[in-house]
Design a protein around this ligand. Structure first.
Ligand code: NAP
Length: 279
């Protein structure tokens, strides 16, 4: 089956395409063009965020490419996120992203980090006291989002959230690749019906995972690229089906070369599930 047709079912009943196109860190002018190329190549899932500082560019490029290809909006799955300094302005932040992206709704709205930062606007209300989970849940009644979720949450963050949540998040988007398999978190999410999406599936910025000799060897055997191997490890079948020996070899990497690449210092513990094997 073509990669773009492969999907996972969310706890809302909607389907999320297994492979998404990330929009972080592309240079201005490149992000929109790259996303258009991805859509023409078959991608139907685009991951955005106001923190990537390119939602306006993505919005313009998206409008153009949908017109050119006549792909209906309903065929796309668009995610964006609530930035940490906007936790006291959840709906206005979403409306700004929708305006920039030229969309009436997003398929998924994620809380970007389980950390609140002071708002840029000093007059913003109730910083630190807001119940951001309840505010996120209210969005489901507005029609502006089809699903809500979180990102960068550990089992402990999720446990805390689920104590007060009315709605189980549809997704937890976290760093996830063979050097950071996050087995404990993955099992927890599965048990709670939360879909775990991998960001940085090739390891993220600074990663050398896609040049690892073992990954290159598996790529050669499958007549593919190292990027395709890493995406196929994550979902086991996104691009091609790795055999059990190949998966076991990739799984062993974390034991000796475990590493988290995206590790901002929030001055509070975020990554509760990392043990000593994670460098
Ligand atoms: N929720 C969050 O907090 C969060 C955090 C990070 C990322 N994300 C999302 O996840 C997306 C992907 O993350 P990412 O870009 O950091 O990591 P990635 O997809 O793992 O890419 C990591 C690096 O791999 C290289 N690369 C990319 N495609 C390649 C390919 N086909 N073959 C060989 N090398 C390749 C690139 O290096 P070069 O630049 O050297 O080519 C890139 O910097 C982001 O765009 C964003 O949408 C979300």
């Amino acid at each position: 089956m073509e990669f773009s047709k492969k999907t996972f079912k969310l706890n809302t009943g909607a389907r999320i395409p297994a492979v998404g196109f990330g929009t972080w860190q592309a240079a201005p002018g490149e992000a929109g063009r790259a996303m258009q190329t991805a859509i023409r190549a078959g991608y139907r899932h685009v991951d955005c965020a106001p923190l990537y500082w390119n939602e306006k560019e993505i919005g313009l490029a998206l409008t153009e490419v949908l017109k050119e290809t006549a792909i209906p909006r309903s065929e796309l799955f668009i995610t964006t996120k609530l930035w940490s300094s906007q936790h006291s302005q959840v709906e206005p932040a979403l409306r700004k992203s929708l305006q920039d992206l030229h969309l009436d709704y997003v398929d998924l709205y994620l809380m970007h980090w389980p950390v609140s930062l002071p708002p840029n606007d000093a007059s913003a209300p109730n910083f630190g006291k807001e119940d951001r989970t309840a505010e996120m849940e209210k969005l489901l009644d507005t029609g502006l989002v089809k699903a809500i979720g979180v990102a960068n949450c550990s089992t402990i963050n999720l446990e805390k959230l689920l104590m007060t949540a009315r709605i189980v998040p549809a997704v937890n988007q976290t760093e996830l690749h063979p050097l950071l398999p996050q087995d404990k978190l993955s099992q927890y999410c599965k048990a709670k019906g939360i879909h775990q999406t991998a960001f940085g599936p090739l390891g993220g910025k600074g990663s050398t995972l896609h040049t690892h000799p073992m990954v290159l060897d598996i790529a050669e055997k499958n007549k593919g690229t190292s990027g395709q191997v890493l995406l196929s490890w994550g979902s086991t079948w996104a691009i091609f089906r790795l055999d059990e020996t190949e998966i076991a070899k990739l799984d062993r990497l974390a034991k000796t070369e475990g590493r988290r690449f995206n590790r901002p210092n929030w001055r509070t513990t975020i990554f509760h599930d990392d043990d000593k094997s994670v460098g």
